[in-house]
Design a protein around this ligand. Structure first.
Ligand SMILES: NC(=O)c1ccc[n+]([C@@H]2O[C@H](COP(=O)([O-])OP(=O)(O)OC[C@H]3O[C@@H](n4cnc5c(N)ncnc54)[C@H](OP(=O)(O)O)[C@@H]3O)[C@@H](O)[C@H]2O)c1
Ligand SMILES: [Zn+2]
Length: 396
């Protein structure tokens, strides 16, 4: 650790930015970036570009403008050494390239690999410095969720008014967040594998749950939590099944006895059952492990107050993003937002809406990060487009 300086961290963070190029293409693998440096100059760089494709290290070695002999390698994740996979291991490739030193952002969290890549490099005479850098680790959050916790990384997001309401009187849909916040929300959806809502929201809002106005990075699975299989055949979700899969998680009883099951299945809605903790409360741990088995690494939950409360109560959430509008809604029958049981870690303003981030200290959490680093990058002239950093460093 002592031999890692500021310059090393800067190169490592350059590799983090590169790694983010793989977002949406590498999952369920982690995003990984790699840079080779000689005499302070970058001589080659690469990242893991797509699932099943070459890893960051061979891409960077292959892109070298000069011999990598004696170079320092900055790689966001411990190089792999296992052979039971699609691509050849990276440790022998780095050894064969005669690199002098490898600065590793973090160890591979997969217990079957963890530390062995570093050991093999050292025993081949390569100097290895392990940093355990928070940005590198944050990059792995969905991968850690999948490989270690057997559940997806869970982001909760909702919008609330200045007086804490999430809908109008009687639960009627009203627009709460502004146009710019909406774009951010679609950007967030585009980075996830699946979006989940409760049946209460389907009944009240009839949402589409698609990605609009942003190029989707991967197909978005749409999931409804619906104990009694009440999902209406005329709902937008069912009517747009050709725009993306819809999965309905219901109770074991409804899966067996509900009359709507056959009708929903006949139009392509996929139905899975989950044990209930009590009526109207499907077991969220079981739900999340089933969702992980579907290959989902990052789940966006857009909960009403009841569902948000359940996620907070079971503790199986990682981050919550709350968009607060300056407008009031009022009315005693307007539903009131849940309160995240964690301290706010970051905050930013989006055209007057305030977005606050909460991280679950008992979730997949690599903080603490200074809130000043939670920055939105405005891009393009005259167009307010927001880029959301995957980690707490700017993506450009
Ligand atoms: N402002 C926003 O960002 C936002 C976002 C979402 C929703 N909303 C608003 O919130 C309101 C709906 O909220 P809601 O709280 O009534 O409904 P919800 O959170 O959308 O869904 C709750 C329903 O999901 C089902 N469910 C199954 N397992 C559950 C579990 N473990 N925990 C909690 N619910 C479970 C239950 O219905 P079953 O027993 O029938 O399965 C429950 O009534 C609407 O007015 C909507 O407009 C606002
Ligand atoms: Zn590798």
């Amino acid at each position: 650790m002592a031999s890692v300086g500021t310059i090393d961290r800067d190169f490592l963070h350059q590799a983090v930015r590169l790694a983010m190029g793989g977002r949406g293409h590498v999952e369920p693998n982690p995003m990984v970036g790699c840079i080779l440096v000689k005499d302070g100059r970058v001589i080659g760089e690469g990242f893991h570009e797509r699932f099943g494709g070459p890893h960051a290290e061979p891409n960077a070695l292959g892109a070298c403008a000069e011999s990598p002999t004696g170079a320092t390698v900055y790689v966001t994740l411990e190089p792999c050494c296992h052979t039971n996979k699609k691509t050849p291991p990276c440790v022998p490739a780095l050894v064969a390239a005669n690199v002098a030193r490898v600065v590793v952002g973090c160890v591979d969290p997969n217990p079957q690999v963890s530390g062995r890549g570093i050991e093999q490099l050292r025993s081949a005479g390569v100097q290895v410095d392990l940093v355990e850098d928070d940005c590198c680790r944050q990059l792995l959050a969905p991968f850690v969720a999948a490989t270690v916790h057997r559940r997806p990384y869970v982001t909760l997001k909702w919008a609330q008014s200045a007086d804490g309401k999430v809908a109008g009187p009687g639960g009627k849909r009203v627009r709460i967040s502004n146009e710019a916040s909406h774009r951010v929300i679609h950007e967030v959806r585009s980075r996830c594998d699946a979006v989940l809502v409760g049946i209460g929201t389907v009944m009240a809002d009839d949402p589409l749950l698609t990605v609009r106005g942003v190029e989707p990075k991967r197909p978005l699975l749409r999931i409804v939590l619906d104990s009694d299989l009440r999902l209406p055949m005329h709902s937008q979700l069912v009517r747009t099944i050709d725009q993306g899969r819809v999965i309905d998680f219901c109770s074991k009883e409804a899966a067996e006895y509900s009359g709507t099951r056959a009708a929903l299945a006949s139009v392509g809605v996929e139905i899975h059952s989950v044990p209930s903790d009590r009526p109207g409360r499907l077991n969220l741990e079981n739900l999340l492990s089933q969702i992980a088995r579907l290959g989902i690494t990052h789940l966006l939950v857009e909960p009403g107050p009841a569902l948000a409360q359940s996620f907070f109560a079971c503790g199986c959430w990682d981050r919550a993003w709350v968009f607060r509008s300056p407008k009031k809604i009022g009315g005693p029958t307007a539903p009131t937002a849940a309160e995240p049981p964690a301290n706010a870690v970051a905050q930013t303003t989006i055209d007057g809406d305030v977005l606050t981030e909460y991280l679950n200290p008992n979730g997949i959490y690599f903080g603490p990060f200074p809130s000043a680093d939670f920055t939105w990058v405005e891009a393009g002239s005259g167009k307010s487009e927001f880029r959301i950093p995957e980690t707490r460093i700017k993506s450009e």
